[in-house]
Every structure is written in C-alpha cells, then in structure tokens.
Design a protein around this ligand. Sequence first.
Ligand code: NAP
Length: 256
Amino acid sequence: MFTSIAGRSVVVTGGSRGIGRGIAGVFASAGARVLLVGRDRSALDAAAASLEGEVATVVADVSDRDQCDHMAEVAVERHGGIDVLCANAGIFPSARLTDMTPDDLEAVLATNFKGTVFAVQACLRPLTDSGHGRIVVTSSITGPITGYPGWSHYGASKAAQLGFLRTAAMELAPSRVTINAVMPGNVFTEGLDGLGQEYLDGMTASIPQRRLGSTADIGYAALFFASDEAGYITGQTLVVDGGQVLPESRQALDEM
Ligand code: NAP
C-alpha cells in the first residue's frame, strides 16, 4: 500500500484541460488539494467544476517568471504550501523547418521549456519547506525518442526538459526534492483532437495496445512519482505509451 497523498498541496500547470486536467483529477480523487493553472479563466472554472475534491484555480502564463511566482504565492496562500508541482503546460503547433519563423521557435521554447524552468524556480522554496517536495514534468516521447515532421521545435523543447531535470535533480537532492518526468505517447486530449481524425487513426494503428492513452494513464504515473514511496527516485523518466516506441518496423506491428 502507498502512503496516502490526502491533504497534500499539488500545483498542476496546464490543468484546465487535457493531460493536466487528467493529472489534477487523479490527485483530487486521492484527496489532494489541487491548484489548476492556465491562461484562460473560463476554461479553468469549467475544469474546476468538473473535478471532485478541493480544487482552486489561478490564471498564469508559465512563460512569464513573475506570473509563475504569483501562481506559487496563490498555492501557498490557499493550500498552506506546495508538496507537488506537476509542470505540464505545453503547446504543440506544427511548423516545418522550411516555414518555421523565429517567433514560432520562441513561442514553443517559451512555454514548454522556459515555462518548466520558471514553474520549478517559483515553487522551489515551498517544495523544499515541505520536506518531501516532488516535481513531475510532462515531457513526451516526441523529441527524446521519436520524431514527427513539423515538430522539430516541439521535440527539441521536450528533450530540453529532460536535459534540465537531470542537473536540477542533483541540485535539489540535498533538500530531498525529487524531479522526474513522464513521457506520454499519444494521449487523447482536446489538443490532440485538433490534429484531426486521420492523425488519430494513424497513431492508434501504430500503438501495440491499439488505443490512445487516457489522461488518467498519465495522472497515475505522476501520482506514483509524487508518492512517499518514490522518494529515492530522481532524475528519471517513465514512458507511458501503450508500447508505441517498441515496434522496429510496420511489419513488426502487422506480425503481432
Ligand atoms: P492541451 O489539451 O492543449 O492542454 C494544454 C494545457 O496547457 C491547457 O490547460 C492550456 O491552457 C495550458 N497552457 C498552454 N500554454 C500555457 C501557458 N503559456 N501558460 C499556462 N498554461 C498554458 O494539451 P495536452 O495534450 O493536454 O498536453 C499537455 C502536456 O502534455 C504538454 O506539455 C504536451 O507537450 C504533453 N504531451 C501531450 C501528448 C498528447 O498526446 N496529448 C503527448 C506527449 C506529451 P490555456 O491554453 O488556457 O493556457
């Protein structure tokens, strides 16, 4: 049995929909006090209303360090501290190298990479004060393991998160704050839905389990990293993808 996480204060960036809302739902169901973070007030309110348990919200853009500081202040005010940060907010616009503008590149790195660093920096003091701080980063298989045309900047941002966390894990180890990453495959979210049915069907066919991931699949992996029992695990990654990175070829999938 794992020690209960009930009453712990959990911050989830990008908690207003998709994987973030799924992570928040898993933590809230386990009795944690959750703060949802996003840029859209109405989306945050709708997400909070859809979740059971103690759920608060704050509008903040993670690409802005000051707004991350505000997010952390609200978590401390509302929930008395921060035990867990799920640095999940991310965007995945498509741009081929031939068309990618400096602004395209900056936007993806600002939210996905800098936003992860800023959120961690902002929450560091309360995470340390908790005595058992946990940071769970949402990376991806895209970038660290796989590639997809149009997502070179996105893949780089997801790999950058992992480069960041390995040194961060060392710097944070003396204060017993752990930092680990979940690497989702293709998870059915509002963001993924926007890529169209052809994309979803193609992806489903390439996954050995023949289904897209659910947001709860990612939430349970985050809950494990956040547990007391995972306290000796830091600087590590966990692929959650239904086996998507395993097939050596299309033929390997056909022969299953
Ligand atoms: P999504 O459905 O589009 O949700 C993204 C969330 O992030 C929303 O709550 C969004 O709210 C928030 N967000 C975006 N930019 C933000 C910013 N600058 N500041 C604060 N919040 C921001 O996306 P998702 O599919 O759940 O993806 C979530 C994370 O999982 C991302 O890091 C993504 O890279 C990763 N991931 C997803 C998949 C997948 O298959 N879906 C696979 C691998 C990895 P607002 O727009 O209202 O701010």
